[in-house]
Design a protein around this ligand. Structure first.
Ligand SMILES: Cc1ncc(COP(=O)(O)O)c(C=O)c1O
Length: 381
């Protein structure tokens, strides 16, 4: 696809949109009496120096340049910053899908927000499940192509890579095949991409950010919530063709990134922040390894599902006889852990291909130890 064809996929009202402009777009220094702010200062006692009485920077140019360098991108014009990658998911649907007419495609089991955002926007969801019979959680490329052929008004395919809750990195060649076949938008959600890195698979070969200039219909979503440990600031990123990024930036609320979020993201994306992120990442990867091995040794725990490429582990709880993955046993363990021991994991047993499954986030060494001890107590009771 060329960029002209990609832009033709956007909703006509979005293409015609005159974006909101403020006086600050033209003048940002001097005596600023243009935005009805409260120049007597903010009421957040002790935080006067942050000047929170002023609206935040709507364009975040410096921050975009930091992110561009961090991910080795060719231009910061490819970036949109949102309130978590959840805002990116919603924007993709709002920009490209006409309510009541267009459709998105998802490969379940997958992250729940694609469907939620589609429903909020009155957009139909077509499901082509991942391969679950062989436990690989990979894409069914031929079935996706069939769906692309038969489903009218299919505008966007969402691929979660590595998957949630599957924790599995998708085959790169499969996504490329769809990118080349589909005359629509392909979103690759890389919320967990940093955890899929190892010596044999350097990040540069895993992430789809390096394919952005080749495929104008590709949108990569990333976030500071996971590897950077900044879920609390709500900061997500979309990397795409410049023209698509422009549509997102035209459509977003003018001041979606708060001053506090902006300042924190800037600190994280400077050299010391990136170093700290990498050091924590290595610790998480080591703990993931350790936790996986320990889980395997517990009698009523079955398979570790998928290929374990994220910062969580999906595992089976077996029935009392210790034979088969079992949803009622998984629910029992889930509730007992939370109610009696205040250890909260996620029950995923109702997801396709996840019979009897719980998903546990890799915590700190002491949290993981506590989780394992309590899990052993519960399954042996
Ligand atoms: C696959 C996936 N994408 C996106 C998100 C949302 O991330 P954010 O905190 O950036 O909104 C999550 C959160 O758990 C996720 O699992």
């Amino acid at each position: 696809m060329n960029i002209k064809e990609v832009l033709e996929l956007a909703r006509p009202n979005i293409l015609k949109l005159t974006p909101y402009r403020c006086a600050r777009d033209d003048y940002s220094t001097g005596i600023l009496l243009d935005a009805n702010e409260n120049n007597f200062g903010n009421a957040a006692h002790g935080q006067e120096e942050l000047h929170l009485e002023k609206y935040p920077d709507p364009h975040q140019k410096e921050l975009k340049s930091l992110f561009k360098n961090f991910r080795n991108l060719d231009s910061s014009d490819r970036l949109f910053f949102g309130v978590g990658s959840d805002e990116g998911i919603d924007l993709v649907i709002r920009v490209f899908c006409t309510p009541g007419k267009d459709k998105i495609l998802i490969c379940n089991p997958t992250y729940g927000m694609y469907s939620v955002c589609a429903q909020v926007n009155d957009v139909e969801v077509v499901k082509v499940p991942l391969k679950v019979d062989d436990g690989s959680f990979q894409l069914e490329v031929d079935k996706i192509k069939q769906a692309i052929d038969v489903e009218k008004n299919l505008k966007v395919c969402f691929f979660c890579n590595p998957g949630n809750p599957t924790g599995t990195l998708l085959r790169r060649s499969d996504i490329i095949e769809i990118l080349q076949y589909f005359k629509g938008i392909v979103v690759v959600d890389e919320a967990y991409i940093d955890f899929s890195y190892d010596e044999n698979h350097p990040l540069e070969t895993q992430s789809f950010t390096n394919a952005i200039s080749k495929y104008p219909n590709l949108i990569v979503l990333q976030t500071l919530s996971k590897s950077f440990g900044l879920a609390g600031i709500r900061f997500g990123v979309s990397v795409s063709a410049k023209e698509v990024a422009q549509l997102f930036n035209n459509t977003k609320a003018p001041y979606n990134i708060s001053t506090l979020t902006h300042l924190t993201a800037k600190t994280a994306l400077e050299e010391a922040g990136i170093k700290l992120m990498r050091s924590n990442l290595n610790k998480i990867l080591m703990e993931r390894e350790r936790l996986t091995e320990k889980l395997k040794s517990i009698k009523r725990i079955g398979k570790i599902k998928g290929t374990n490429d994220a910062n969580f582990i999906l595992f089976e709880v077996l029935d009392k006889a210790g034979g088969k993955p079992c949803n009622s046993s998984a629910v029992f363990v889930y509730k007992k852990l939370a109610d009696d021991y205040k250890v909260v994991v996620r029950y995923r047993g109702t997801e396709l291909g996840c019979e009897g499954c719980l998903r546990v986030t890799v915590g700190t060494p002491s949290e993981n130890l506590e989780f394992l001890n309590k899990l052993m107590l519960v399954v042996s009771s």
